[in-house]
Every structure is written in structure tokens, then in C-alpha cells.
Design a protein around this ligand. Structure first.
Ligand code: PLP
Length: 396
């Protein structure tokens, strides 16, 4: 069949998608063909400012030369080797992640996704000799059976029960509920510093510190899932920075800038919970994925992107909040959630798309932005200029 090499309209590709891909995501909104910086183009030639960034993944935007060069060079030198062997990029990335956390010695397990990083961390918690995990309601930790066991949303869980057990869900941000749930048999407390999938829900001041104290009192591990919030997204390397030091940190989304990679950082006693034979992965820690992550980190450092992210986020939040139909704007850096006065988020997503902007709706009244960290000031201003009209068109 030669059809796949011919030019196709978005509608034609969409029809072939429906016939050939499992319907796990609903119909795709667009067929995208290329990207550059924070811009993408669809099969019909229309250009968009990508304010979702592959859901907080495309840290350097699309086709960033540093990422392209790192992946291309590594793939043309040594692409995959199995975990019987190591490579310099693998060791350099592990060292770099521990250094960025900046909380003393630690060790890293490399995986391929957020769910896989959380699976590995979940298994680490079992190696404490305890099984009980306390998790926040509204959190999202992935779709594999273990990660799902830690995710509260009934619609995601119920079709797949029974899931691994001994998990207690508590309301996010409620210190008293956490205190009640955590006991001397608790292996870990698992929290996102900001709940991304819930629509960018912030931890109240002092919540992470209280969780840290409860973990210390009970001998539990504090496990922070920074799959979405980590790697510069919030204008800091990690959202927990300056608040607490976790025992376990899970990372993925932005880490490889679009090249699949996940990581677990274990600090202190958590560094040595996994022993030979406990866990593994064929692809995790491949030289190419590690080279990609190192290129992302180097570019964030060399281009001063953390500072840019803080400034860009402030401007976006301030501009979005200026419209009275926005009742609340939350977030840190370039992870932004806002509440609309009405349940028109789906219409806002569509109106934005027609206007050439990609945004996301985590709930019927919430919009989330997680654009590339390289989003330019010009892109921000063009979106803020279009924003009131997008809300008009959506009937918000
Ligand atoms: C996206 C996400 C995951 C799951 O990552 P996948 O790569 O989709 O498996 C886990 N935790 C958080 C906080 C996430 O945002």
C-alpha cells in the first residue's frame, strides 16, 4: 500500500486512524505534520501556537536543534545496548539528576514513561517491608495497574479492579486527613506538589512540609510525583524546591523533551531499596534517551530558561486573569490552570484551535496550559490578544 506516503488531508488521516488505532483517546483533534519552537502545523497547512506542549513534555518546543543533534549523534554512535552494559550518557544523566535535586547522595532508576517510573517507585516502597501507601485524591500517577492503584479517579480504576491494594486516599491539601491516614505501618506518602491532571491544583502552603514531618514520625517515605511538575516546568528544577526534600522523586514528561524517558531518584535510604533481580526494563536508560535528557537539561541551563519560565508564567497568568469570565488562575511557571465562570471548557478548546492556539481542558470548566519552556513573549502576547475573542466565541 502506498497510501501512507501520499499527501493526505487531516480528514483522510482521521478516517484511517479510526480504522487502525484502538479507540483509547477518542478521535484525534488534528493531524499534525511538523513543528518548530512552540509552533505546530497540521496536515491542511494551518499553523498553531502549541500551549500544551505535548502535555508538559516538549520542554524545548518542537525540533529544537540541540535535542535533534544530541539524539542524532547518539543514535549514529551507539543507540541501544541492554542493561548488561552501561554508557557514559546514562551515568552522566544519573549524576546530573542527583545533583539537580541537590539533597546529598542519591541513586537513579531509568525507565521510559511516567507510569513506569511510578511502577518502579511503588515496588521500592514494598522493599521497605511495609505495604501501605497514602495517596491524595485527585492525583494522577499513570495507567498501568500499579500506577492506577495509586490514582483515585473512579472512572479510570473501576473497569480494572482488583488493583494492587493497601492504598488509602485522602483529600489533597488536608493535613489532618493525612495525619489520620499515616501510621507506623505506612510505607510511603505519595503526592504531586501541584496536581497537574486535576487542572493544576496547588498544595496549600505548608502541606508538603507537614507530609514530610508525618513521614519522618512514622518511618514512611515521602514520594513526590513530579512527572508533570519537574524539569523546569514551574520555573525551578522541581516544584518541591525550597519546600521539602523527598525520599523518592519520579520524573518523566519534560525530562527528554519529547524523547520517551522516565526516572526515579531515590535519596538517602531509598537509594538502595531495589536490589539485583527486583526490577528491570529493556529500553530504560538507553544511551539515546539519556543523551536527549542531558541535552534538555543543558539547554535549560545555558539559555537561562528557568528565569524565562518564571517571567513568562507571571505574564500569562496576569493576562488570563484580566478577563472577568476567568474566576481563578493557578500555577507556577508554565504550568497554568484556570477556572471559567461556566462549563464551556470544551468550546474554549475548539474556539482556541480555530484561532490557532492549542490548549487543554482537564475538566468541563477548567483550562490547562503547559507550553514549551521556550514559548516566546510574542506567542504569549498573541494568545492574550486572542483570549477575549476565544471566550466570546465559546459563549463562556
Ligand atoms: C502524566 C503523568 C503520569 C503518567 O505518565 P505517563 O508517561 O503517561 O505514563 C504520572 N504522574 C503524573 C503526575 C503525570 O502528570
Amino acid at each position: 500500500m502506498s497510501g501512507h506516503t501520499e499527501l493526505q488531508t487531516g480528514q483522510q488521516v482521521g478516517e484511517r486512524y479510526a480504522a487502525s488505532l484502538m479507540n483509547t483517546f477518542g478521535p484525534p483533534k488534528l493531524t499534525l505534520v511538523r513543528g518548530e519552537g512552540a509552533h505546530v502545523w497540521d496536515a491542511d497547512g494551518k499553523e498553531y501556537v502549541d500551549l500544551l506542549g505535548g502535555i508538559a513534555v516538549n520542554a524545548l518546543g518542537h525540533a529544537h536543534p540541540a535535542l535533534v543533534a544530541a539524539v542524532t549523534d547518539q543514535l549514529s554512535t551507539l543507540g541501544h545496548i541492554s542493561n548488561f552494559f552501561t554508557s557514559v550518557p546514562q551515568v552522566e544523566l544519573a549524576e546530573k539528576l542527583v545533583a539537580l535535586v541537590g539533597a546529598g547522595p542519591g541513586k537513579v532508576f531509568l525507565a521510559n514513561s511516567g507510569a513506569e517510573a511510578n511502577e518502579a517507585a511503588f515496588k521500592m516502597t514494598r522493599r521497605t517491608g511495609r505495604t501501605h501507601v497514602v495517596v491524595a485524591e485527585g492525583g494522577f500517577h499513570g495507567r498501568t495497574m500499579g500506577a492506577l492503584a495509586l490514582t483515585s479517579k473512579a472512572a479510570y480504576r473501576e473497569p480494572f479492579e482488583p488493583l494492587p491494594g493497601d492504598v488509602t486516599f485522602v483529600p489533597y491539601g488536608d493535613v489532618d486527613a493525612l495525619r489520620e491516614a499515616v501510621t507506623e505501618t505506612t510505607a510511603a506518602i505519595l503526592l504531586e506538589p501541584i496536581q497537574g491532571e486535576a487542572g493544576v491544583v496547588m498544595a496549600p502552603a505548608g502541606y508538603l512540609r507537614a507530609a514530610r514531618a508525618l513521614a519522618d514520625e512514622s518511618g514512611a517515605l515521602l514520594w513526590l510525583d513530579e512527572v508533570q511538575t519537574g524539569m523546569g516546568r514551574t520555573g525551578d528544577w522541581f516544584a518541591h524546591a525550597g519546600h521539602v526534600v523527598p525520599d523518592i522523586l519520579t520524573l518523566a514528561k519534560g525530562l527528554g523533551g519529547g524523547y520517551p524517558i522516565g526516572a526515579v531518584v531515590g535519596l538517602g535510604r531509598a537509594a538502595d531499596l531495589l536490589e539485583p533481580g527486583n526490577h528491570g526494563t529493556t529500553f530504560g536508560g538507553s544511551p539515546v534517551a539519556c543523551a536527549a535528557a542531558l541535552a534538555v537539561i543543558r539547554t535549560i541551563e545555558e539559555d537561562g530558561l528557568l528565569e524565562h519560565v518564571r517571567r513568562a508564567g507571571e505574564r500569562l497568568r496576569e493576562g488570563l486573569a484580566a478577563d472577568a469570565r476567568v474566576t481563578e488562575v493557578r500555577g507556577e511557571g508554565l504550568l497554568i490552570g484556570l477556572d471559567l465562570v461556566s462549563e464551556t471548557a470544551a468550546a474554549v478548546v475548539e474556539a482556541a484551535q480555530r484561532a490557532g492556539f492549542i490548549v487543554n481542558m482537564p475538566t468541563p470548566s477548567r483550562i490547562r496550559l503547559a507550553p514549551p519552556l521556550v514559548l516566546t513573549d510574542a506567542d504569549i502576547e498573541s494568545f492574550l490578544t486572542a483570549w477575549p475573542t476565544i471566550l466570546d466565541e465559546a459563549g463562556t
